[in-house]
Write a protein that binds this ligand. Structure first.
Ligand code: NAD
Length: 424
């Protein structure tokens, strides 16, 4: 599979789907799901509550990705323009040195059990640890299927946490959740252990819930960009100047949380879009990413430096709590098609892909920010949205957008004038 499809953006919708489907050898079910409205309010009613309808997102394909030697199409569900194009651009630059390389720490989640009103917190924590083997066994009895897949509770850890309401004994269940996101799996285990924890500690158990600070489930990706890849005809800067400016932009984020928040938002643009496309819980991934970024004073999740060959060395590390099974991943036909496109065999592989996409997204955004700025490219892509907002009939949207781009007047008042002029 070759993930390069130059000119895909110029094809019409039907052509685009068949180009991608053919190249990725998509199943008939997946193509049918992508072609039409395969998920209506009645289907949605089984997923959520008080359902009154569904809402669609554009599903785009970021081309050019090569991750750990394998080319992949990356499906991205997102309403913001420029995101898919930026990811595909950065993936193209990375191809020159083999693409992205990833590593993951394993699909290990933590569930927490909060115990209050313990008379002897530290001694109680030790008593829990002495019963660890028994507690692990009890946890694993809750999920024989997970154990069958090679996962399960691996460890019990305890902490005594000082809070405004006094000391609390916090028990951590360290659980290998294999290909699941793991939320339900670990919560069930935590709930099952609660009575035992109460009897061992003599306290009252309150919360029994996973931690989204999934710092045992880290994904890392790296790539190396030759400076020449960063050059463009439209900008009067050399590749090395752009490279150095990107390192300066990273240093800004490293030293200023106001910038780091936006730097990390750029990363999550890509990761959330893939999580949405695959019906994964992007709120969990978001919570984990920002909590991890704040662990040592809020900072950027990526790192940029110049390597010994003068290339831009780019890396990312963040918790990725996403699954290829479980949750809602199997409930939406388009999400299943998106998973088929990604062609990942495990949650670990998926986590590496998500980290690579986050890195590409950040790099693509920074490249624009340090040179022409993001607004020119963004506004060109946003012009159609402005035309629609100004009341353009569907058949005039392309024409109005093109005229606004040509004269560099991408504004609602200009779009309204054009609607009036061309609509007559
Ligand atoms: P799940 O319970 O639907 O699926 C996981 C189960 O699938 C496992 O327990 C196992 O029994 C089975 N399974 C089959 N094949 C497997 C394989 N190869 N690897 C692993 N398990 C396999 O879902 P889940 O992943 O436990 O929970 C995900 C859901 O939890 C998401 O919908 C998320 O929104 C929700 N959730 C999140 C939070 C949070 O993030 N704070 C809290 C509560 C719930």
């Amino acid at each position: 599979m070759d993930s390069r499809l130059p000119g895909l953006y110029k094809q019409d919708l039907d052509q685009r789907l068949s180009s991608v489907a053919e190249r990725a050898d998509l199943s008939e079910d997946a193509v049918r799901a992508l072609e039409g409205k395969s998920f209506d309010a009645e289907d949605a009613d089984t997923v959520s509550e008080n359902v009154i309808g569904t809402i669609e997102f554009p599903l785009g394909i970021a081309t050019n990705f090569r991750i750990d030697g394998q080319d992949r199409f990356v499906p991205m569900a997102i309403e913001e323009s420029s995101v898919v194009a930026a990811a595909a651009n950065a993936a193209k630059w990375a191809r020159q040195t083999g693409g992205f390389y990833t590593s993951v720490s394993g699909p290990v989640m933590i569930a927490q059990i909060q115990t209050v009103d313990v008379a002897d917190s530290h001694a109680a924590a030790l008593r829990i640890q002495r019963r660890a083997e028994e507690l692990i066994e009890l946890a694993n009895e809750q999920d024989p299927i997970l154990v069958e897949h090679g996962g399960g509770c691996e460890d019990i850890q305890t902490r005594v946490v000082d809070t405004p309401r006094g000391e609390m004994v916090i028990t951590h269940l360290v659980v290998d959740v294999r290909d699941a996101m793991g939320g339900n799996a670990v919560n069930t285990m935590a709930e099952a252990l609660a009575p035992e924890i109460e009897s061992v500690t003599g306290g009252d158990v309150l919360l029994r819930i996973l931690s989204n600070l999934a710092d045992r489930r880290l994904a890392r990706a790296s790539c190396s960009i030759p400076p020449a890849e960063l050059e463009s005809d439209e900008i009067d800067l050399s590749g090395t100047e752009i490279r150095d400016r990107i390192v300066d932009a990273w240093a800004f984020a490293e030293s200023d949380p106001y910038r780091a928040a936006t730097h990390n938002k750029g990363i999550m643009n890509g990761i959330d879009a893939v999580a949405t496309a695959t019906y994964n819980d992007w709120r969990a991934i978001e919570a984990g990413a920002h909590a991890y970024a704040a662990a040592d004073g809020y900072g950027p999740l990526t790192n940029y430096a110049v390597d010994g060959e003068g290339n831009l060395a780019c890396t990312i590390e963040l918790p990725i709590q996403a699954g290829t099974v479980g949750g809602a991943t199997q409930l939406q036909p388009v999400a299943k098609a998106a998973m088929e496109l990604l062609d990942v065999d495990s949650a670990d592989e998926f986590a590496g892909v998500l980290a690579a996409v986050g890195l590409a997204q950040n790099l693509g955004g920074l490249r624009a920010l340090v040179s022409e700025g993001i607004q020119s490219g963004h506004m060109n892509l946003h012009a159609k949205n402005i035309a629609v907002q100004a009341g353009s009939p569907p058949d005039l949207v392309d024409e109005i957008a093109a005229r606004m781009v040509a004269t560099d007047e991408i504004r609602q008042d200009r779009a309204e004038e054009l609607v009036e002029e061309l609509g007559e």
